[in-house]
Every structure is written in structure tokens, then in C-alpha cells.
Design a protein around this ligand. Structure first.
Ligand code: GLU
Length: 491
């Protein structure tokens, strides 16, 4: 029997997502149960969006959750490097092979030309996908390469027939090849796409089981074809159901806090979060709700994952966390965990410089800045100086913040200045309601400093709460506000 090797392969393009911990958990349990290796690979082929800060945050969050890996960019291993941006030379060998075997082709089309091709295919009643008839004769390719024209490399995909995916949980999934685009493998910046890089890495890193979210099912035919083109045996695929909001929509940060950092900052125990994630689509044979990671591993059976979209409900998680706090910590352990959580030098170190200049005694500290240690403040509509556009203003701010790539005082200030200008209000008028939403007070440390300290998810959850207490937006209003927001410049 070949040994079990699994991986979690996050892209460092944002906050560490609870969905990543969920997928990591199922990989981890499966691997531990089979005495295999669980590895971590950083998929940073999107150079424009990948950041070191995001990679660090993802690694820290996963470490906090207790789901440890035996190979990865931080610990090394015999299949490294484990960061895709450091493996470019490896991917080029396979690109050359795919080109030489006529499984891939150069494509020089501009986005406008591709759009026109899609439209023309649509008009003919064909699938608007990009197909292999775009490949040019060799001499034409050579001429364009000599002229230094920008290009991408795409894989050939059959026009007809059906791809059959064998999925551990779902059985056979059939996808018609006519629905599959000739996927880009190498981008014009010389970086491979996720599709090529992940297939090459899964093969070279000897991954036996690819356990990932169901959003990747539509990519799997391309992957299976690449394994075939490269004459490799594909791993076993297993696509886990997506986490959902209580309204059954896909779990998204617009509706719920999704970053692991939020749960850490709110004072959840990692054991409780992992326990709760273990109940997403899976249950103990005896249906008990509270269990440890070791207990989950001992009882694990991946075939018992149920496919109905598991609902990630923060209130249930809070309840479960309470059970963990009460049953698993004695007073001494509670004190220690509490101090490590909020009274540690890192967190206090960020907050205290802003507090010190505003207090006379230590006993002034908690009344002034206790909101930095608590959950969302207790606010009501009466706390705000109401105006017709207040909710719209907060909603605009929230969307703008949702899209921020960096969360710090400077980027927050820039976003607020931009919005003040666009909404034609003074910066002060934009910051005042935000101040109440974030601090719950009329006087405390600056709102920009507060938001930097609280972090993005904690801050955004507070703005969402303020919008709610102010009555929110009806569906009709939301549509109108969305329309108005869409015309703003994006950066
Ligand atoms: N980099 C992909 C992600 O961010 C990994 C998908 C996979 O597991 O194949 O989720």
C-alpha cells in the first residue's frame, strides 16, 4: 500500500479563512488515522495578490488551531521548496514537455479578441469557452515570439466527450469536455497558473489524496487531463462540502466573520473551534457534540462526511466554546489562557501607547479602552447623530474595508479619505459614526488606531452591527446603494 500523504495548499492572498482550517482538519484526521504525512504548501502563483503578511498570518492561525504539518515552507522537508514562487524552474520543464507533445499551445490573443471569440461562439449557439482552435501554425508562433509579442500557454482540451471524476465522497462526477476551457497554464508574467502548479506539485510531492473544497470540482477535469498528458497517476480526489452561512449562502466575510484571527481575537479556544469544524458535515458515531481532536482522529471515517451544505453558525460555536471553557479549564488554567489571550505583551503593547497619554490612573484604563478586549460594543441607534445617508455611508465604508489588502492605520485613513471625497462629506463626519460603531463611546482612543489594533474582522463585525442597529437596508435600498457604490473607482 502506498503511504498516505495529504496537503493543505492555501493561497496567501488574504486573512486566514476558517474554511482553510476546516479543510486542513479533514486532511489532518484522515492522515493521522492512516499514519501518513500532512504537508503545507503555499500557492502564491498570483504574484499581484500574494503577500508575505498573509502567508505569516495563515501559518500562525493554523499553528494556533493545533493542526500541525510535517513538511512546509517553515519546517522544510525532502520535497521542497514548499512555496510555489520558488518552483518556477520545475514548472517550466513540464510546460516544455506539454508543448513538445502538442498538449499545450501558445496563445497571443488579447482580452478583447477573446471576448469577441466568446461572443461569436455564443451567437452560433456554442459554448462560449476558449477552445483549441486558437492554436496557430508553428511558423506563425515563431514569428510572433521573435517579435516579442506577449503570450500565455494554454492546455488543449477535447471538444467532445465526457470526463469522469472519481470522487471518494460523490462517486462518479461527469463533466462534458465542451464545458471546459483551454485553461491557461503559464501566464504572461511567466508564472504558472494554480492548475499546472498544483498538479505538478501534488505529483512531485507524492500526494496520495487531494481533499479540498467542492469549489474545485469544476477544475478537476483539467487536472485529470494534465495527469494524463504527463503520464502520471492522479491522486484520489475528495471534494468536501462548502461551509455555508445560516441562510445557506456560501460562507463569506460579507455576512460572517470568516477569518481565524477573528475567533482567536474574540477569545475562542482553538480546541472548540476545531471541534466545531469537525462537526461540519461530519459527526461522531455516537452523535456527541463535544469531542477533542484525538477523539475525532480515533473515530474518523471520511466516508461519513455528509454532503448537505454544513452551516457555520457563530452562535452554536459560542455555545460549544462555553462548554469547553467551563469543562476543560480549571481556574488556574483559565487565568493563564485569559492572560495569554488578551493581557499579553503583544496586544497590550499595541494598545497601551494610545491609552497612556489619556489616563490619570490605571483604573481609567478599562473604562477608556475595555472595548479592545470585549466583543462588539453595546450600542443603539440613539448613540448616533442620525442622518439620511448614515447607513449608506457605513455600508460604503464596510465594502471599502472588505476590499482592503492591507489593514493598518495608513490604509484605513486612505480608504476613509477616499470615501469622504466621493460622498462629499468631511472626513470628520465619516469618522464620527465609525467611532461609535467601533468603540461604543463618544470619547476614547482614535478610531483608526482602534481599528488597526482590533484587526479587520473584529472591526468589520462592529460596522455590520452598527448598520443593523440603525435598521439596516431593505432589499430595494441595498440595490440602490450597491449601484451607487459600483460607480466609484475601485482603487
Ligand atoms: N490554492 C488553492 C486554495 O487556495 C488550493 C486548492 C486545492 O486544494 O487544490 O484553496
Amino acid at each position: 500500500m502506498t503511504s498516505v500523504r495529504t496537503r493543505i495548499a492555501p493561497s496567501p492572498t488574504g486573512d486566514p479563512h476558517v474554511g482553510t482550517a476546516y479543510i486542513a482538519l479533514f486532511n489532518y484526521c484522515f492522515t493521522q488515522q492512516h499514519g501518513g504525512e500532512f504537508i503545507l504548501r503555499i500557492e502564491d502563483t498570483d504574484q499581484a495578490r500574494s503577500t508575505q503578511a498573509s502567508e505569516d498570518a495563515i501559518l500562525n492561525a493554523l499553528r494556533w488551531s493545533g493542526l500541525t504539518w510535517s513538511e512546509g515552507p517553515d519546517v522544510g522537508g525532502q520535497f521542497g521548496p514548499y512555496r510555489q514562487s520558488e518552483r518556477k524552474a520545475i514548472y517550466s520543464t513540464y510546460i516544455d514537455q506539454l508543448l513538445a507533445d502538442n498538449h499545450a499551445f501558445y496563445c497571443f490573443r488579447t482580452p478583447d479578441e477573446l471576448e469577441a471569440i466568446r461572443e461569436a461562439r455564443k451567437a452560433k449557439g456554442l459554448n462560449p469557452g476558449i477552445k483549441g482552435d486558437l492554436a496557430l501554425p508553428d511558423d506563425e508562433v515563431k514569428r510572433r515570439l521573435d517579435a516579442n509579442e506577449p503570450y500565455v500557454i494554454r492546455m488543449h482540451v477535447p471538444d467532445e466527450g465526457v470526463c469522469v471524476i472519481q470522487d471518494e465522497l460523490r462517486g462518479e462526477i461527469e463533466v462534458e469536455w465542451s464545458q471546459v476551457d483551454c485553461q491557461i497554464l503559464l501566464k504572461s508574467d511567466g508564472m504558472p497558473t494554480y492548475h499546472l502548479a498544483s498538479v505538478v506539485d501534488d505529483h512531485l510531492m507524492e500526494i496520495s489524496h487531494v481533499i479540498r473544497g467542492e469549489e474545485w470540482i469544476s477544475s478537476t477535469p483539467k487536472h485529470i487531463l494534465l495527469y494524463q498528458y504527463l503520464d502520471w497517476t492522479p491522486p484520489t480526489f475528495c471534494h468536501m462540502p462548502l461551509l455555508r452561512n445560516p441562510d445557506k449562502s456560501k460562507l463569506s466575510k460579507r455576512k460572517n466573520p470568516t477569518s481565524i484571527g477573528y475567533y482567536q481575537r474574540m477569545g475562542f479556544m482553538p480546541e472548540a473551534l476545531v471541534n466545531y469544524l469537525g462537526r461540519m458535515g461530519w459527526s461522531m458515531p455516537d452523535e456527541r457534540e463535544k469531542f477533542s481532536l484525538d477523539e475525532m482522529i480515533a473515530a474518523f471515517d471520511i466516508s461519513r462526511v455528509s454532503l448537505g451544505g454544513p452551516v457555520f453558525d457563530v452562535e452554536k460555536l459560542e455555545w460549544l466554546n462555553g462548554v469547553w471553557l467551563r469543562e476543560n479549564l480549571d481556574a488556574q488554567q483559565f487565568i493563564q489562557a485569559f492572560c495569554e489571550w488578551g493581557l499579553n505583551r503583544d496586544y497590550l503593547g499595541a494598545a497601551i501607547p494610545h491609552v497612556q497619554s489619556r489616563v490619570n490612573t490605571f483604573s481609567d484604563v478599562v473604562p477608556l479602552a475595555g472595548f479592545l478586549l470585549s466583543g462588539a460594543p453595546d450600542i443603539s441607534a440613539d448613540d448616533f447623530a442620525q442622518s439620511d445617508d448614515l447607513v449608506k455611508q457605513l455600508q460604503f465604508t464596510l465594502w471599502r474595508f472588505d476590499a482592503l489588502r492591507e489593514w493598518n492605520k495608513a490604509s484605513l485613513l486612505e480608504a476613509c479619505q477616499f470615501l469622504a471625497e466621493q460622498l462629499d462629506v468631511k472626513l470628520k463626519a465619516l469618522l464620527a459614526p465609525l467611532f461609535i460603531a467601533i468603540t461604543g463611546k463618544s470619547n476614547s482612543i482614535s478610531v483608526l488606531d482602534s481599528m488597526e489594533i482590533l484587526g479587520s474582522d473584529m472591526s468589520r463585525a462592529r460596522i455590520r452591527q452598527a448598520i443593523e442597529v440603525l435598521g439596516g437596508l431593505s432589499k430595494k435600498q441595498l440595490k440602490k446603494v450597491e449601484k451607487a457604490y459600483r460607480v466609484l473607482p475601485s482603487e
